[in-house]
Design a protein around this ligand. Structure first.
Ligand SMILES: Nc1ncnc2c1ncn2[C@@H]1O[C@H](COP(=O)(O)OP(=O)(O)OP(=O)(O)O)[C@@H](O)[C@H]1O
Length: 253
């Protein structure tokens, strides 16, 4: 949680409807994510949090509405275009090539950059993760869960993303490693990266976030600053997975 006052919109969802085949998950969803902030997506299982990230990363095409990045319409843009515009996605779970080395996994992350740039950037990314750096030549599958997640984040950082989408980074990590991941995200946001994160570990994540958006059935039910939520005596209800609060009606959207 910081005292960021930057309200320049980076990501805008404008009346977005999106889903799988004929089943719509996001229902007329509108919100704005300010530049250089960490915004946390919260809500019960199946609310559509991951679907927001997937839609933003071009894995789903909105059926209706607009998505904008720094004012540019990116609705329906290809993943290649979105990567070129600086959007990186760290999905839920493990997404490494276990039988390749740590270094080779990083090389693959830089495939759109070309090998020269990738090799220049790998050392700078590894500076964020000293333990991963020590294991540079080990198989990715031999890293601990926390180190593997750090490597995945490092692979995304190779692209020097302007927007980092990250889905449940804390899964399978010890509380201390989770704090390290959140601290790193905070540092990146303070340097200007816009972070949109899905995280079940709400209370802990809020401490490092600027704003939170609560979804229910693909609809926005609350948009508040992290500070306000943390100070709200009813906030525990959010952490139990139900985003219905009496504050929802008064939410600032
Ligand atoms: N590939 C898919 N095909 C069809 N339905 C899907 C697909 N992926 C997700 N869904 C459905 O979309 C809905 C929203 O899923 P989503 O993963 O966005 O929820 P979430 O809020 O991230 O939930 P969780 O906290 O459980 O991860 C769920 O009902 C889910 O079953």
């Amino acid at each position: 949680m910081t005292t960021h006052n930057n309200t320049t919109p980076c990501i805008e969802f404008d009346d977005v409807v999106a889903g799988y085949k004929d089943f719509m998950i996001l229902n007329n969803l509108s919100f704005t994510v300010p530049k250089g902030s960490i915004t946390l997506l919260i809500g019960p299982n199946g609310a559509g949090k991951s679907t927001v990230l997937k839609t933003l990363f071009g894995l789903l095409t909105p059926r209706q509405g607009k998505i904008r990045l720094n004012g540019d319409d990116i609705t329906g843009a290809t993943q290649k275009d979105l990567l070129a515009r600086g959007i990186a996605f760290v999905p839920q779970g493990r997404n490494l090539f276990g039988q390749l080395s740590v270094y080779e996994n990083l090389e693959l992350g830089g495939i759109t950059l070309g090998m020269k740039t990738t090799h220049e950037r790998i050392p700078e990314v590894l500076e964020f993760f000293p333990r991963v750096k020590e294991r540079m030549n080990s198989l990715a599958s031999s890293l601990s869960g926390g180190e593997q997640k750090q490597l995945e984040i490092g692979r995304a950082l190779l692209l020097r993303p302007k927007v980092l989408l990250i889905d449940e980074p804390s899964i399978g990590l010890s509380p201390m490693v989770v704090q390290d991941v959140f601290k790193l995200l905070r540092k990146l946001a303070d340097q200007g990266t816009t972070v949109l994160m899905v995280e079940q570990n709400v209370k802990s994540a809020l401490k490092y976030s600027d704003n939170a958006i609560a979804l229910e059935s693909g609809r926005l039910v609350l948009y508040k600053s992290a500070a306000e939520i943390l100070a709200d005596p009813q906030m525990e209800r959010l952490f139990l997975g139900g985003a219905h609060t009496t504050t929802a009606a008064a939410a600032t959207v």
